[in-house]
Design a protein around this ligand. Structure first.
Ligand SMILES: *Cc1c(COP(=O)(O)O)cnc(C)c1O
Length: 396
């Protein structure tokens, strides 16, 4: 271990984010790794080629750029290995394809990211895999849903759009007793605020499109495995050929350097706005695990080190036939919040959430659900924007 490595071990998170990844001395002292564009890698002679006896052999199998990012993610996740894929959705589908076969059964949380459900209900169904959805707050009660052929339990906490928390440790204990692999979509917390592998998760999934990118301009996914599951995950990546581009890999490593301080700001602004919104009569509920009133707050406080910048509000909706008009009035009155999908970028966003896919955790009855991504703007401007939007909704 050199000075560069030993300095990382017990340092604070922002120090670690500044120093994770390859040693600059390994590439002429340049602070950042080179962006290597590669398909072909040359071998010096026939014997080396036949035995593939060199570190890099072909572009799909990794380059110094992708290795730099994988090394950084492994240090944050505490994982044995990480694969890089072209989107957050691919970070879900690639391990699902790797760990499930025809005849298998999988358990997926009902508050799952919708495209994950779509993949399960269409492609996995076609491939002969049965999927059941479970209540996010099931905890150890998942025991009752395990079948002899249950091979994968997929978790996501907090849940997409409604932010239900899950007792990840309790679910892992049950799943492992039954020989099932546990995957977790940890996009909301990032490895800075939650480390899935420390709680027993085998496969940690991230849409790096969100906070690691941070600038709404890169689509990217990472999947990290513990030692027992790394070989199979890696084989799956090689078999499917779902590799990530060097430029995007570079941008994600670049984004990690500032992710800690960006998250602090997202967290602070989001919590302040969430608490303020909770006190208003025109808001029926605020769905944010960091609020003491939220049902999953105790689990969040016990297991997570922080909260990121996305949560939802439920408007006081009045009669059900007015909910959509109120949601649209709210959105159309916003000036700084953009109307758009995704989150984790520097700019605030709002979206009217549809929860029609839910089987167990149905949409709240009080009114429309609006998801807010709190960006890096000044809080007073965002507050004024939300105040304007709430007035517009109240006027409907
Ligand atoms: C956005 C998101 C994804 C997918 O990421 P893309 O890069 O947009 O495909 C997966 N999981 C969660 C929880 C997300 O929010």
């Amino acid at each position: 271990m050199n000075d560069h490595d030993s300095a990382k071990q017990d340092a604070g998170i922002n120090t670690r984010l500044s120093h994770i990844g390859p040693n600059p001395r390994d590439f002429h002292g340049f602070v950042n790794p080179p962006v290597v564009h590669a398909s072909t890698v040359l071998f010096p002679d026939a014997r080396t080629m036949e035995n593939r006896a060199q570190k890099y052999t072909y572009g799909t199998r990794g380059t110094p750029t992708t290795d730099a990012l994988c090394e950084a993610i492994d240090e944050l996740e505490g994982s044995a290995g990480t694969i890089l894929v072209p989107s957050g959705l691919a970070a879900v589908t690639v391990p699902f394809l790797g760990f499930l076969s025809a005849g298998d059964h999988a358990l997926v949380v009902d508050s799952v990211y919708f495209p994950t459900r779509h993949f399960c209900d269409t492609m996995l169904a076609r491939l002969g895999v049965t999927v059941d959805y479970y209540d996010p707050e099931i905890g150890a009660g998942i025991e009752a849903l395990m079948r002899p052929n249950t091979k994968l339990v997929h978790t996501e906490a907090p849940g997409s759009n409604t932010f239900e928390m899950q007792d990840i440790g309790a679910i892992c204990a049950v799943a492992h007793r039954h020989g099932a692999v546990v995957s977790m979509d940890n996009t909301w917390a990032t490895p800075i605020y939650f480390k899935p592998l420390d709680f027993g998760v085998d496969i940690s999934i991230h849409a790096a499109t969100k906070y690691p990118s941070g600038h709404s301009d890169v689509l990217f996914g990472t999947v990290s495995a513990n030692a027992a599951h790394w070989e199979r995950l890696h084989d799956t990546q090689i078999t499917l050929g779902t590799c990530a581009s060097p430029d995007d890999s570079y941008q994600i490593l670049r984004g990690l350097r500032t992710m800690g301080i960006r998250l602090e700001r997202h967290q602070h602004s989001a919590l302040e706005l969430a608490a303020w919104l909770e006190g208003r009569d025109d808001v029926a509920a605020v769905l944010h695990p960091g609020l003491p009133s939220f049902p999953g707050h105790a689990i969040w406080k016990r297991d997570f080190k922080g909260a990121s910048g996305i949560f939802s509000i439920v408007l006081e909706g009045g009669a059900p036939d007015r909910h959509k008009a109120k949601a649209h009035a709210f959105l159309d009155a916003l000036r700084y919040f953009g109307l758009g999908y995704s989150w984790g970028g520097f700019e605030s966003l709002a979206v009217h959430v549809g929860l029609g896919d839910r089987r167990i955790r149905k949409a709240p009855a009080e009114g429309p659900v609006l998801r807010l991504q709190i960006g890096l703007e000044d809080i007073k401007d965002l507050k004024a924007d939300l105040e304007r939007a709430l007035s517009a909704a109240a006027a409907v």
